[in-house]
Design a protein around this ligand. Structure first.
Ligand code: 5AD
Ligand code: SF4
Length: 451
């Protein structure tokens, strides 16, 4: 549209950032910005950053270097470019970012996104802006309603919805309590209203997000707090909403009613992301996880008793300070015992300001690399075998996007696997039975059975 300014958003990190990027795009739309896929064309470039590991932060600074060159090239053509850094690096480093990368005009933390249009105007007037406040107001109520613009990468059939933010658990390796602040749950009514709007716009699957989503305790209609299971029971009553998921969970917050919901809530998908981080009780204690490996295994058993077909995914860290070979083996043991459909595994990364960063006995990088490789080999085998076991089954697949191959659509199984199938574009946004005929290490393919 003529007269509209172009916005380019790059998202790093977790799903919460994906959600936030979408909401920022909507906020900036009120200031006349339209999303663009072409960074060279953008008047406003937003890097929505992640602080969780050193590597993620380095990536931001190297991107900023490249964007600086772009800004100079555009300036030679008489074009202005405003560069904004948002997200967790913005929150953690604040003004440091502008000191290190003076091309940045605007640094905005995750709690201030509703102020973006205003802050952008000020930055365009030449002020350097750093806004990393932790206001008490619920920023979500101040953001414009969801429009689900397709450019944000979120397909219209499945959407994220942040219901909880922050973390009070203080795992000793983790920056989240410092970057995202204390645990805060959005009220049930606001979550439900947002969910209804999304469903009206064609969303069939919602993933409820929170750094500690199962600690959800939002205010219910009667003023009393409700659990995640209660929230999902309510959401399951929305006509047209077919699937619910949630992430990320802490084992300590898997309440009885949440476990029961995996049996009783017909819309809750049989898939659970449940990080265990390490298999050694000594390391778990040093991480301040407040559970043992046996606690985790018992929990998995209880969940599987209620929902035998549930698929599990997890997060694991190798090379936590002081981790011995035997302690690493204990991590492999838990993986072998549980059997994961999918997993994320990381080399420990010391984060300034976290308790673990000042522990002695940081692990030699070669050893950590070696452990990560061994772990990923095992996890890769488990994922491939989980996928191979799906061949011959029939899954309801929610088709979300067109595939790269002509005539092909890509959807998700209940177990979150991407499923490729030849299908009419009219099936986008629908849940269709698909007979699984082949498996790859990370995806499935099959034939549509009936429309
Ligand atoms: N180093 C490595 N991995 C980390 N994670 C969180 N903090 C660190 C860190 N300092 C991992 C955890 C968490 C996931 C989101 O990232 O496994 O569950
Ligand atoms: Fe990264 Fe955590 Fe921020 Fe998500 S919340 S972007 S994982 S630091």
């Amino acid at each position: 549209m003529a007269g509209h300014k172009k916005l380019y958003v790059k998202t790093f990190g977790c799903q919460m950032n994906v959600y936030d990027s979408e909401r920022m795009g909507e906020a900036l739309a009120t200031a006349g910005y339209v999303a663009s896929d072409d960074i060279t064309d953008a008047e406003l470039i937003v890097l929505n950053t992640c602080h969780i590991r050193e590597k993620a932060v380095e990536k931001v600074y190297s991107d900023l270097g490249r964007i600086h060159q772009l800004k100079q090239q555009r300036a030679d053509q008489g074009l202005e470019t405003l560069i904004a850094v948002t997200g967790c690096v913005a929150q953690a480093e604040g003004a440091e970012i502008i000191a290190r990368a003076p091309q940045v005009g605007l640094v905005v933390g995750p709690q201030s996104y509703h102020r973006l249009p205003d802050l952008v105007t000020k930055a365009l007037a030449g002020q350097k802006i750093v806004d990393t406040e932790f206001p008490d107001e619920d920023k979500f109520t101040k953001l414009p309603e969801r429009t689900l613009s397709p450019s944000t990468g979120n397909g219209p059939a499945a959407a994220f919805l942040t219901v909880q933010e922050g973390c009070d658990k203080f795992c000793t390796f983790c920056v989240v309590p410092y970057t995202r602040g204390m645990e805060l749950s959005r009220p049930v009514a606001l979550v439900e209203a947002e969910a209804r709007r999304l469903v009206q716009r064609g969303v069939r699957e919602l993933t409820l997000l929170g750094q500690n989503v199962n600690a959800y305790h939002g205010e219910g209609p009667d003023g009393r707090s409700q659990s995640l299971a209660q929230l999902m029971e309510r959401l399951a009553g929305i006509d047209g909403l077919e699937r619910l998921r949630y992430m990320t969970s802490h084992p300590r917050d898997m309440g009885d009613d949440l476990i029961a919901a995996h049996r009783d809530n017909p819309k809750l998908m049989p898939y659970l992301h449940l990080p265990f981080q390490a298999g050694s009780d000594r390391i778990l204690a040093a991480m301040n996880r407040k559970h043992t490996a046996a606690d985790y295994l018992r929990l998995v058993e209880r969940i599987r008793t209620q929902r035998p077909d549930i698929a599990l995914s997890t997060d694991i860290i190798v090379g936590f300070p002081g981790e011995t070979d035997a302690e690493f083996e204990a991590t492999l043991d838990v993986v072998r015992t549980v059997g994961f459909a999918q997993a994320y595994s990381f080399k420990y990364s010391a984060r300034t300001g976290t308790p673990a960063a000042s522990l002695g006995a940081q692990i030699d990088p070669d050893i950590a690399n070696d452990r990560l490789q061994r772990l990923q080999l095992l996890l890769g085998e488990q994922q491939a075998s989980f996928n191979a076991d799906c061949v011959g089954k029939v899954f309801p697949v929610l088709f979300e996007r067109v595939g790269r191959r002509e005539g092909q659509l890509v959807g998700r199984s209940p177990y979150l696997q991407p499923v490729h199938a030849t299908a009419e574009p009219s099936l986008l946004g629908q849940i269709i039975p698909v007979s699984i005929s082949s498996a790859r290490p990370r995806s499935l393919a099959g034939e549509v059975l009936a429309a």
